[in-house]
Design a protein around this ligand. Structure first.
Ligand code: FE2
Ligand code: FE2
Length: 261
């Protein structure tokens, strides 16, 4: 059982002020492969607020507990982006509003496009909340798994500490989305069938729709491909299999195969 009151008490800005980020990376900079993943993660964390804008056009905004959660969740994701931004700045790279503005410029109409598709998706099925919660669960699982993989790949004490703090908060996001997913899927064959259909047609790794394809390919290959990455992606698939009625989708397996090609 997810204790929302407790979550709202412990949630908040990610604390990294005690980490001497600037000098840690001056002494031991990240290699280009890891830095490229950090750029992707920075951009996607900061994009959460645009995703929230779309979600608030759906049935999600009818439910006060969901909107309370989304408000806090968005705030926490913002500070994940800011913390990763400090890592980029320590490497002499732009971050925060400068990078985000460039990303929104690049997205153009894709960013400012109509909220109508979201309204339509939400009204086309009475199981939209189940769809939303399951997508949220899977995206948080893959994000947390991706961070865990970066910790290993980078083998950098300061980055490791920063990412472990982020992962702890992602863990609470997982708890919320997963609890709601199980609640909405359990014993409801119609909800399970709808969610399966939406996942098969619409799911792709976090950030795919807003990041350049080359960047998604690099991230998926680096973090979820190869023998060690496969351990993470297989684990996500097994967790999806364990959700009521969602066994056998092989979403991560499919994504890795697609982006490794
Ligand atoms: Fe995050
Ligand atoms: Fe999260």
């Amino acid at each position: 059982m997810f204790d929302f009151n407790r979550y709202s008490q412990v949630a908040g800005k990610l604390e990294v002020d005690d980490l001497d980020i600037a000098s840690a990376f001056r002494e031991k900079p990240l290699d280009e492969d890891v830095l490229r993943c950090v750029r992707y993660m920075h951009d996607v964390e900061h994009h959460t607020t645009c995703y929230l804008r779309n979600l608030l056009n759906t049935k999600a905004h009818h439910d006060p507990e969901i909107t309370d959660f989304l408000t806090i969740w968005n705030y926490e994701e913002h500070w994940h982006g800011e913390a990763l931004g400090q890592v980029l700045r320590a490497h002499g790279e732009p971050a925060g509003a400068t990078r985000v503005a460039a990303m929104r410029e690049r997205l153009g109409w894709k960013l400012t496009g109509s909220p109508l598709p979201w309204l339509a998706l939400s009204s086309v099925t009475r199981h939209f909340l189940a769809v939303h919660m399951v997508f949220g669960t899977i995206n948080e699982w893959t994000t947390q798994g991706g961070y865990a993989r970066v910790v290993t790949l980078a083998d950098h004490p300061t980055l490791g500490e920063l990412l472990r703090r982020i992962m702890k908060q992602e863990g609470r996001h997982i708890d919320y989305y997963r609890t709601k997913s199980v609640e909405l899927l359990e014993g409801d064959r119609a909800a399970q069938k709808t969610v399966r259909r939406f996942l098969k047609v619409l799911w792709s790794p976090v950030g795919t729709k807003v990041m350049p394809t080359d960047e998604t390919r690099h991230l998926v290959q680096t973090l979820f491909g190869g023998p060690e990455g496969t351990v993470i992606s297989d684990r996500v698939d097994r967790r999806i299999d364990a959700l009521p009625g969602l066994e056998g989708l092989g979403l991560m397996h499919g994504a890795v195969a697609k982006y490794a090609a």
